[in-house]
Design a protein around this ligand. Sequence first.
Ligand SMILES: *Cc1c(COP(=O)(O)O)cnc(C)c1O
Length: 349
Amino acid sequence: MGSATLSIDLEAIIANWRALDAVSAGSVETAAVVKANGYGLGAGRVAKALARAGARKFFVAIAEEGARVRQALGPGPEICVFAGHMRGDTDMIYDLMLTPMINSLDQLTRHLEALPTHKFGLQLDSGMSRLGMDPGEWAAVRDIVSEQSPSLIMSHLACADEPDHAMNAQQLAAFCQMTDSFDAPRSLAATGGILLGQDYHFDLTRPGVGLYGCLPFAKAKPVVGLSLPVIQTRALEAGDTVGYGASWTAKKPSRIATVSAGYADGLIRSMGNKAQLFSNGTPCRLVGRVSMDLLTVDISHLDETPKSLDILCPEQGVDQLAEYADTIGYEILTSLGARYTRRYIGAGG
Ligand SMILES: *Cc1c(COP(=O)(O)O)cnc(C)c1O
């Protein structure tokens, strides 16, 4: 094996989409969020697999991402852009049939002037203070918007990964208050919101991270594997140190494998001296600091030098690795580097 290999199980992504779809009742549609290049796994491949499985709506963060997804999917599926209608995006929105999620009065004006008959959705701020019109702004434009028949009214939950957080019910109430008497399809739930229950589902759900096998969807099938080639090994005496800052010292004679991947590949520095790698299921400690392109691993207890070591595998998933690095699965996934060979499994991958 020459290079580090990231394997992406498209069948598992489809299974996770179906499982999240099954959480909501009958007429609720389940979309798929493929922003940030499909959470680092390849937006085109992921979107195509999910479209074949029946997904009809996709969400991206910005228009450029939408353009790539449109290229992969061809005409038909709807591609919605969370950033809305940004200055300079009009041609792309029109030519590639993207649906901007309008989030301010400025954007509404821009959209209705530039593309008066082009489909759009609307984003409301129900308490996250990030994107979308606040209740005052919404009250000022809702009659105008009503005449334009928006394809979706959406908002986003700030604390959906904590089911008991008071914000969930507060945002639900704020969203209902803003939209109950408005005639348009509605969406509030991402992965976490789907798991909060039926009250949060409305007409359309927008899962992202759960599709890719991560929390808060605890029952998700794992999607990614990451296998890293061993470049070299060396024998250490007791007292020898490893890596930058000499942050790990051998207490006894040890064998260290140097592995080809580092923080430039998304194996972020804070997992140094904490995460493990696996040789056919046998754990081996990551020792010393993470370098830009290299990791050092204690393989003293292995009988043979492995050709490669796994850092994402059944024994250590994305969320576990995130915990070692003091972050969340989302950041591990979207940091996965461009140097990996991406190998797709299943779904015609
Ligand atoms: C990222 C995002 C989603 C998907 O969230 P997950 O937690 O990954 O399921 C849904 N809606 C909006 C507005 C988002 O920004």
